[in-house]
Write a new protein. Structure first.
Length: 468
């Protein structure tokens, strides 16, 4: 009989666990030094508790992942899967005594097929690496989170990531055709397909996308690709009010336009970006709207959208002349969250998504919440799909300011639900939003989702404490 970890002395339990893991893993893949394992304890989210891992495992093969899960099941040890830990909800945070299963060494692009327009990859492949690899063959993998130079495909799948291009191309879930998943007991399950169509049985692939490692460990993914579009051109429009910028967004979408990108930065965000990078953005503006088109004639599309921005009250509309100028504007947008973090040292990044028609109500509500709590809260948004990132800036060493930051964060989520939105558009639930998930989906939804978790993970060892 295997002694449970709760019954064994801590040193004995760790020794048993390490010995069992080393029976199927190379020594260099098993880390037990507390100083090293502590560095794997958490992702990039604030206000999310993290425990001390017993061991960190870095497998390179599917068989090694299966061995880890069989060992964890036999010894009743929790397993927390991780990618690059760029997440913003605590979904990759360790629990006390767990195995951290870091998949970053499973980083091979196994296949790129231009005829079937698919890529087959391991979970540790970095998003930007895949994008560049398929680009060399004239193909395009659209999902592009702001952390695309660091984040991994496995992490993107776990949190159903989005990005700047979602307004035209959609989110990660729309590009995952099939998965290989190691289940809690070590069995290997294949879901989905390599074909353009397929409706055989329940859509198990979609079930795993966004499950945050709570149902199984993704070890291989079949991803859909698109033909590489023409180089996009970007337009910047200044507005005297955020409401006017949101009105422009509504006019653009109602007019049937399909921009490849439609992003909004408020005054606070624009100033923060200028402070950190001297980008020369117009700080006199209350809201800066960036629109892009990757159509055969982007200049004509930008002209049409520019006219709509002016009709909505834009004080200035500046289309980029070329790809270099366009990239400079996009770089300013990608710097937004880093720049806001520099304002007070720490940020809480909300991820509230509302109907486009309620975008102005959300932004105005955030302004009221910031005034109420006497905090700096910058808003950057994927405006084309209503996904906002109100970012609360605060001093983590100031207890009162930290309290106000947390309260404002919760009030923003409540506002999002009140406006008919959702608590997360692309960052996931993790630890940070567990309470709010229950509010959004209701008691029946929680009961059924917990039932699904029980089917896949009857012992509750996969990423425990997340989602529910």
């Amino acid at each position: 009989m295997i002694m449970s970890r709760t019954e064994a002395a801590p040193d004995q339990a760790l020794g048993d666990l390490t010995e069992r893991l080393l029976a199927g893993l190379p020594a260099e893949a098993v880390l037990t030094d507390p100083d090293i394992t502590a560095s794997y304890a958490n992702d990039m989210a604030s206000f999310c508790p993290a425990g001390a891992p017993a061991v960190v495992v870095l497998p390179r093969t599917v068989e090694e992942v299966q061995h880890v899960m069989r060992t964890a099941t036999e010894l009743r040890v929790p397993v927390v899967p991780q990618g690059a830990r760029t997440g913003l909800s605590g979904g990759a945070n360790a629990s006390d005594g767990c195995i951290v299963l870091s998949l970053t060494r499973m980083d091979r692009i196994l296949e790129i097929n231009p005829v079937d327009r698919i890529a087959v990859v391991e979970p540790g492949v970095v998003n930007a690496t895949l994008s560049r690899a398929v680009g060399e063959l004239g193909l395009y993998y659209p999902p592009d989170p702001s952390s695309w130079e660091m984040c991994t495909i496995g992490g993107n799948i776990g949190t159903a990531s989005g990005g700047l291009c979602c307004v035209k191309y959609g989110v990660t879930a729309e590009y995952v055709l099939g998965l290989d998943v190691v289940l809690a007991d070590g069995r290997l399950m294949t879901t989905g397909r390599r074909t353009a169509k397929g409706v055989a049985g329940y859509d198990m692939t979609r079930l795993f996308v966004g499950s945050e490692g709570s149902l199984g460990i993704v070890v291989r993914a079949v991803l859909a690709l698109k033909p590489q579009p023409p180089q996009q051109l970007v337009l910047a429009a200044e507005f005297a009010t955020a409401a006017a910028a949101c009105d422009a967004v509504c006019r653009i979408m109602a007019g049937g336009h399909v921009p490849s990108l439609l992003e909004l930065m408020d005054r606070t965000t624009v100033k923060a970006v200028n402070d950190i990078a001297n980008m020369g953005l117009p700080e006199t503006t209350e809201a800066l709207l960036l629109a892009a088109f990757d159509t055969p004639d982007p200049a004509a599309d930008l002209a049409a959208v520019g006219a709509l921005c002016e009709a909505a009250g834009a004080t200035q509309v500046v289309p980029a002349d070329d790809a270099a100028e366009s990239e400079l504007l996009l770089q300013a947008r990608r710097l937004s969250l880093t720049a806001l973090e520099a304002v007070r040292g720490v940020t809480m990044i909300d991820d509230v998504c509302v109907p486009r028609s309620r975008l102005a109500d959300l932004i105005e509500g955030v302004e009221r919440i910031a005034d109420k709590h006497q905090l700096t809260i910058g808003v950057v948004a994927h405006a084309g799909d209503g996904n906002t990132h109100p970012t609360v800036c605060f001093d983590a060493t100031d207890a009162d300011e930290s309290r106000r930051a947390r309260e404002s964060f919760d009030e923003i989520m409540a506002l999002g639900l009140e406006l008919g939105g959702t608590i997360t558009g692309e960052h996931g639930v993790g630890v940070l939003k567990k309470e709010w998930l229950a509010r959004e989906i209701g008691p029946v939804g929680v009961e059924l989702q917990r039932g699904i978790k029980q089917v896949f993970d009857p012992l509750g060892i996969l990423n425990p404490g997340k989602l529910f």
